[in-house]
Design a protein around this ligand. Structure first.
Ligand code: ADP
Ligand code: TZP
Ligand code: MG
Length: 266
């Protein structure tokens, strides 16, 4: 473990003590689950996306999260204004470039947002490859590429942008270019529930309000891995998994996180 790293159990304690306000600009599909994931874990979500108010809201939040899942021009204008306001106020923000490989509009929008320097960049493997200018095999919002295939792209993006980059999948990869880790665990029911990735980006915002970006990304990945593992045991399929996952997020103690062996430093 790096010297100055805040372990996930400490990050979870801080999250629950401070219950940070997280400004979420996320898609129509994800709004419900993303808000519930933050509430269950220990944050205070607010879904605010009107371009008339985002610049007033972002500075009062502990963190901002931007997800391009159901993008259109007014949303993109709001995202850019929110990112600028967050940067101006020193509020960390998270970018989740959903399906940026699917159309030129999404690709260009994601690049414009990336230029505004998110603290954390989270995507599935196909999204991270596309952000690095490489073409993968994604389909809609789903990845068609392996996490391993996107690791070099993640390192290059971290180096070029200064962001912590998290690539998610069966085993996640996260790096700030100098440090890198893998997070195993979770459940193969997770990709069968829509908006799991979007919700994780929201949770990374919650953690980014209380610990530094790499520590925040790792904490969210590890908490998802443990809640996914526990949620699978308590469920029969994707529907009951979604409920069991939220219950697990709320019930997991810092001690359980410190005993869970999901995290490996490289
Ligand atoms: N097959 C799997 N086994 C375990 N965990 C998974 C699996 N697929 C995805 N996850 C987890 O689901 C969460 C969302 O990741 P992912 O499905 O890659 O994102 P997205 O929904 O953006 O495509 C992450 O915590 C990831 O670790
Ligand atoms: C299905 C879908 N379509 C547009 S956004 C969205 C949700 C994607 O969620 P996730 O990336 O977390 O799977
Ligand atoms: Mg996604």
């Amino acid at each position: 473990m790096p010297d100055d790293f805040t372990p996930p159990d400490t990050a979870l304690t801080r999250l629950r003590e401070s219950v940070p306000l997280v400004h979420c600009i996320t898609n129509y599909v994800a709004m419900d689950l993303a808000a519930n994931v933050l509430l269950a874990a220990g944050g205070s979500p607010a879904m605010v996306h009107a371009e008339e108010e985002v610049a007033d809201f972002a500075p009062i939040a502990g963190a901002l999260t931007i997800n391009t899942g159901t993008l259109s021009p007014p949303w993109l204008r709001a995202m850019e204004a929110a990112a600028d306001a967050a940067n101006g106020a020193g509020v960390p923000w998270v970018l989740d470039p959903v399906a940026n490989f699917a159309t030129p509009y999404r690709r260009d929008a994601s690049q414009r947002l990336l230029q505004r320097k998110p603290a954390i960049l989270r995507g599935n493997a196909s999204e991270i490859l596309a952000l690095a200018g490489q073409s993968g095999a994604g389909k809609g919002a789903d990845s068609g590429d392996t996490v391993e295939a996107a690791e070099d792209a993640a390192r290059a993006l971290a180096r070029q942008t200064g962001a912590v980059v998290a690539v998610t999948g069966p085993v996640d990869f996260v790096t700030d270019d100098t440090r890198a880790a893998r997070v195993a665990g979770g459940s193969d029911r997770m990709p069968k529930v829509t908006a799991m990735g979007c919700s994780q980006a929201g949770l990374m915002g919650g953690f980014a309000a209380v610990v530094p970006p790499l520590d925040a990304a790792v904490a969210a990945l590890v908490l998802f891995a443990e809640a996914g593992t526990q949620g699978e045991r308590a469920s029969q399929g994707p529907g009951s998994f979604r409920v069991a996952f939220l219950d697990a997020l709320a019930g997991i103690t810092p001690e359980e996180l410190s005993n869970a062996a999901h995290l490996t430093w490289l």
